[in-house]
Design a binder for this molecule. Structure first.
Ligand SMILES: Cc1cc2nc3c(=O)[nH]c(=O)nc-3n(C[C@H](O)[C@H](O)[C@H](O)COP(=O)(O)OP(=O)(O)OC[C@H]3O[C@@H](n4cnc5c(N)ncnc54)[C@H](O)[C@@H]3O)c2cc1C
Length: 377
């Protein structure tokens, strides 16, 4: 079967790209190893934070703002509640790079960020207990995305616009010759003019069949839900947050209790290196699964929060934690987006749009030069 574009990996980024291409009338095939949204990749666990004044660097801000616009447009088109404007509190040592970057991003892009002392944060949100030497940068316009619902919304609209989706189908290898690409699965072969590889943790092995070795490391990660007092911690009373420990990369993030699920907390740094197709050890297999987040909650929450349960998920990290969005150096009709290093979901709408522009025009409207794989040469 022949397609204009074949997308390998229909998760966060791939499903969005499929939507943008199909909605322009392009003949698109999406192939996924599972049935998205699913729990075998990086897009499950109910919620993801979207921040605009970006602590990882101001070069991400234009993409974050475009992503926010596109999420709101998706809400309208799909008639689903996808974004909760909870506000996001970034807190840490005033001298940490993370907090400095948040302030710089806010200043250079005129984003509304309220700088707060520890006492002000503890008063506004009695669920926190920040030590005196912490500062906060509160972004009232950012918040939380309902992750599976976002992927489902793009899937429904992409299929409605004519995209073909092959689920439970593993891509084993890709071949490229001249202006065509061929994808082999267990039982079928598909041919297309262009290809987009957005296979999350599976991207490394797929691209290596085309002679491209990218520095991608899948990591096992966990997150935990806590029993929490709804009067203090529910959405509307309590924000989403990211807290950076002083003099270290130790970074925790969390969510208010949404639909009475309880506060959710995860640790952003650390994690266990895994092979792309390894079965992950379940939640609780490592003492730090629960130990790290309870240690954080004991220190920064004013109330004792007991863990209810947790889940595992995967980050696919690059050495510098920045994304890779690029094209194959030899086969200019093959594009890829990977290495989202645990902070990619918020951008999925914008990355999907960027990939669709690359596939159609060979270039994107937003500057993606910082995400080139050339930096690893
Ligand atoms: C615990 C946790 C918390 C996070 N918190 C945040 C947050 O608060 N904010 C934020 O912005 N980001 C967050 N992230 C990161 C974000 O979720 C990821 O960066 C993003 O989902 C990655 O998208 P992806 O498309 O690369 O991967 P995925 O969404 O996993 O999609 C990849 C798809 O490719 C498919 N696939 C893989 N190999 C093959 C193959 N060989 N053949 C066919 N299909 C294949 C998979 O089945 C999957 O569906 C978090 C991630 C985790 C794990």
């Amino acid at each position: 079967m022949n397609f204009e574009t074949i997308i390998v990996g229909a998760g966060s980024m791939g499903m969005a790209a499929g939507y943008f291409l199909a909605s322009q009338g392009k003949k698109v095939l999406l192939i996924d190893a599972f049935d998205p949204p699913h729990t075998e990749g990086s897009h499950h666990g109910e919620t993801r934070i979207i921040r605009h004044a970006y602590g990882e660097g101001e070069n991400y801000v234009p993409m974050a703002l475009r992503a926010q616009e596109l999420w709101l447009a998706l809400e309208e088109k799909s008639n689903k509640k996808l974004f909760l404007k909870t506000g996001v509190l970034n807190a840490g040592d005033p001298d940490s790079q993370f907090i400095k970057n948040v302030k710089k991003s806010a200043q250079n892009y005129s984003l509304p960020v309220e700088v707060m002392t520890a006492a002000e944060m503890n008063e506004k949100w009695p669920g926190f207990r920040f030590p005196n030497d912490y500062v906060g940068c509160f972004e009232k316009n950012s918040g939380v995305l309902m992750v599976e619902e976002c992927v489902r919304a793009y899937r429904e609209l992409a299929e409605k616009a004519g995209a073909v989706l092959r689920t439970n189908t593993i891509v084993k290898s890709i071949e490229a010759a001249g202006s065509s690409v061929t994808v082999k699965t267990d039982s079928e072969t598909f041919t297309g003019e262009k290809m987009i590889v957005t296979a999350g943790k599976g991207t490394g092995p797929i691209l290596s069949t085309l002679g491209l070795e990218l520095p991608l490391q899948p990591l096992r990660k966990t997150f935990s839900w806590f029993d929490s007092d709804e009067n203090i911690y529910r959405e509307g009373k309590f924000p989403a947050f990211a807290v950076n420990y002083p003099d270290s990369d130790e970074l925790y993030y969390g969510f208010p209790s949404i639909d009475e699920a309880g506060v959710k907390i995860g640790r952003h740094d650390e994690g266990q290196p895994v092979q792309p197709w390894a079965k992950l050890a379940g939640y609780g297999a490592f003492p730090e699964d629960e130990g790290d987040v309870t240690g954080f909650a004991d220190q920064f929450m004013s109330q004792k929060l007991p863990v209810k349960y947790g889940k595992t998920c995967v980050y696919t990290n690059t050495p510098d934690s920045d994304f890779i969005i690029d094209k194959h150096p030899e086969f200019k009709n093959i594009f890829f987006a990977c290495g989202f290093s645990g902070h990619g979901f918020k951008f999925a709408s914008a990355v999907g749009e960027i990939l669709s522009q690359l596939a159609v025009d060979g270039k994107s409207k937003l500057d993606i030069s910082d995400f080139s794989m050339e930096r690893f040469k």
